[in-house]
Design a protein around this ligand. Structure first.
Ligand code: NAG
Length: 384
């Protein structure tokens, strides 16, 4: 609370004179009742000299409600009006905007603003205002003026200071596999007042990553702070968890944004693994995860004979009709790779029909000749 002493210096001198003179007179005449009257007068005069307008300094978070406190103490003067002036970002020139008359009658000087509420009391010489949904435009200096009789206008200034919490986000720069340092992500605290601090917690990654931070201040005194995370986009660093921590006076508590470093790459080698004698699974590594599509070269799928479920292919009936080359395509937005499977259902040598598989090295469609040669070599009856 800022206490403003009114007329203290002016008051001290007359007070001293009256005191000395009265003592002189009293000592001369020793008139007791008169001495009492004079003392009472002195006390009153002292009271008036200690009149104070009490205000304060207010700090509020944007959007919240601010209380602009203002009242007068130590006076028996008559109050005729309370006037509020302001000088804000929106209106840089000091002007009257509210007057309060006896009976708590509030009047707006230039147009109504519902956000202001009079929460003081005229009879108590209390002019306190409440301002809700505070914006940066309201920041500035508010002056309350008490029009008193006989002491005249008494005022105090109340600075209103705004805190603006930042908008925060992490943006993934979508790095792809490589050997050179690249930007992984940026963490931003936009439009903070005062400026926010932005830092990365990278834990075990240590010097495998590097960060830089930049700030831009705007005309309205808000600041955008951006911190960037750099590193070499390897398979090892893919999937590591880091955090961006944003702190500062404009935030009631630290904000922590988790981030998983993602290194994007197209499907690597496609392998086909055998789950059972009639079902197979296409396996690859990719980020983001690959989508799988099975097809049969040269022929359409017999819907009734095979079942395709994502990476899995199941042969429903083991007949020679299913013999042939099957292909699994693994794709994501970064690329496509294929794997092949040669299915041979033996009908003679083995008692029942079994799928024989020839395999399936990945890489894009390998020359069919080579493939058949290779599959022929591995071809065998599964239950020999
Ligand atoms: C401050 O200025 C910036 C840039 O002009 C603007 O994007 C932002 O919204 C402003 N902030 C406030 C709280 O008015």
């Amino acid at each position: 609370m800022a206490r403003k002493k009114i007329r203290w210096m002016d008051g001290a001198v007359p007070f001293l004179c009256v005191f000395l003179v009265s003592n002189f007179i009293l000592s001369k005449f020793s008139m007791i009742p008169c001495r009492l009257v004079l003392l009472a007068a002195l006390l009153l005069s002292r009271d008036a000299d200690a009149l104070q307008v009490i205000g304060g300094s207010v700090t509020v978070v944007q959007g919240d409600t601010a209380t602009l406190p203002c009242h007068v103490t130590d006076t028996n003067d008559d109050l005729t009006q309370i006037t509020w002036q302001r000088r804000t970002r929106a209106k840089p020139h000091n002007d009257n905007f509210i007057t309060i008359q006896p009976g708590n009658r509030l009047q707006f000087v230039h147009g109504h603003d519902d956000r202001f509420k009079y929460i003081g009391n005229f009879n108590d010489k209390n002019g306190t205002l409440q301002l809700s949904s505070v914006t940066l435009k309201d920041e500035g200096s508010y002056t309350c003026i008490f029009t008193l009789f006989p002491s005249g206008n008494q005022k105090t200034e109340i600075p209103l200071n705004l805190l603006v919490p930042p908008f925060t986000n992490i943006k993934d720069n979508l790095p792809t596999l490589g050997t050179e340092e690249v930007l992984f992500a940026t963490c931003t605290a936009a439009g903070s007042k005062p400026p926010a601090e932005v830092r990365w917690l990278t834990g075990a990654l240590g010097d495998k990553v590097r960060t830089t931070t930049n700030s831009t201040q705007y005309d309205n005194d808000t600041t955008t702070t951006v911190s960037s995370l750099f590193g070499v986009p390897t398979r090892e660093i893919n999937g590591h968890q880091v955090q961006c921590v944003i702190s500062g006076d404009s935030l009631t508590k630290e904000e922590t944004l988790p981030f998983t470093i993602q290194v994007y790459f197209s499907p690597t080698e496609v392998n086909i693994s055998v789950i059972s004698e009639d079902s197979f699974e296409c396996v690859t590594e990719a980020n983001p995860n690959a989508n799988f599509t099975w097809s049969r070269s040269g022929q359409s799928f017999m819907q009734s004979a095979v079942k395709e479920e994502g990476a899995k292919l199941q042969l429903l009936s083991l007949t020679a009709y299913l013999n042939g080359l099957y292909q699994c395509e693994a794709a994501n937005s970064y690329g496509i790779k294929h794997g092949q499977l040669y299915v041979h259902v033996a009908s003679g040598a083995c008692s029942a029909a079994w799928a024989s598989f020839g395999l399936l090295l990945s890489l894009d469609v390998i020359g069919a000749t080579w493939f058949f040669y290779k599959s022929g070599r591995f071809q065998k009856c599964l239950r020999q």
